[in-house]
Design a protein around this ligand. Structure first.
Ligand SMILES: NC(=O)c1ccc[n+]([C@@H]2O[C@H](COP(=O)([O-])OP(=O)(O)OC[C@H]3O[C@@H](n4cnc5c(N)ncnc54)[C@H](OP(=O)(O)O)[C@@H]3O)[C@@H](O)[C@H]2O)c1
Length: 269
């Protein structure tokens, strides 16, 4: 039986991914900051709920060694992450550090913790949950996009570093997904006294409306499952019609035209 280790399994895409792998007969290490948030996962066969805060290196190594004591890890899904939005000058240094500790350093630490066993066995797949926002940046999302662009660059370089060891690395780019991401998983920093930013803040709020986040988390979960099991060397997987269309258009559009479109969308033209 194959085993998958998933970060951020308490909700959204991570939880849906844990449920899907379990339903397909996998051993699942459903890791989360607070195991009390496991809900139904706690009662499922072959699901091991493990505490893991990706920002805490001791917690990372403990969770990985707890999992390895039960089974080799065939697939790692680096899913834990959150968003930070607002003018760069309004975001406190602590908020910046916290975002990169979770979205980038946490992902790096978990990856570094699983590589040695995969290297010894000469096999394994690492799937990094990036975003459509790992290739396209929107105003006021500088930090979130920086973290996801970084995940893309890190993954692309690791592809070459790890393939000779028999370890595959893949990136999944979801579009907008109906999860808690825009609720509790977002850190918004604005200063109402800086009136210069108010129009673009209003435009961002409008585009973040729940109506624009309709894709069920089962959709990226299925794409992650495909990435884990398709037996190909494909690197990038896009999830959701908005991401498929948006990323295709971005690839085909020169920068100047693309930037004009974003400016128009956010009333910056
Ligand atoms: N929703 C979207 O539209 C969308 C689009 C593209 C990409 N993504 C990406 O998809 C991933 C999952 O997001 P989601 O939409 O499923 O949002 P979500 O439902 O809010 O889930 C985020 C998960 O990350 C976990 N997490 C946050 N900080 C953590 C930490 N320090 N250690 C361990 N886990 C931590 C959360 O755990 P707690 O329960 O403890 O907070 C939660 O399980 C993220 O990487 C996000 O960037 C989301």
């Amino acid at each position: 039986m194959s085993a998958v280790f998933i970060t951020g399994s308490s909700s959204g895409i991570g939880r849906a991914t844990a449920q899907l792998f379990q339903a397909r007969g996998w051993t699942v290490f459903a890791t989360m900051r607070n195991p009390d948030d496991a809900g139904l996962l706690a009662d499922l066969d072959q699901v091991h709920v493990l505490p893991l805060d990706v920002t805490n290196p001791a917690s990372v190594s403990q969770a990985v060694s707890n999992a390895l004591a039960i089974s080799a890890i065939d697939v790692l899904v680096n899913n834990a992450g959150y968003g930070a939005y607002g003018p760069l000058e309004c975001t406190p240094r602590k908020g910046i550090e916290s975002l990169f500790q979770t979205n980038l350093l946490g992902l790096i630490d978990v990856t570094r913790a699983v590589i040695p066993d995969m290297r010894t066995r000469g096999s394994g797949t690492i799937i990094n949950v990036s975003s459509m926002g790992g290739h396209i940046a929107w105003p006021l999302g500088s930090l979130y996009h920086a973290s996801k662009f970084a995940v893309e660059g890190l993954s692309e370089a690791l592809l070459f570093e790890l393939e000779a060891l028999g370890i595959a690395i893949k990136v999944v780019q979801p579009g907008r997904v109906a999860t808690d991401f825009n609720g509790r998983s977002v850190d918004i920093n604005v200063d109402p006294s800086l009136t210069e930013y108010q129009p673009v803040i209003q435009a961002l709020m409008a585009s973040s409306s729940k109506d624009n986040y309709r894709t069920d988390p089962e959709v990226p979960a299925q794409v992650i499952y495909t990435a884990a099991t398709d037996g190909t060397t494909r690197f990038r997987y896009v999830s959701g019609d908005d991401a498929i269309e948006g990323l295709k258009r971005r690839r085909e559009t020169p920068d100047a035209e693309h930037f004009s479109r974003i400016r128009a969308e956010f009333g910056l033209a």
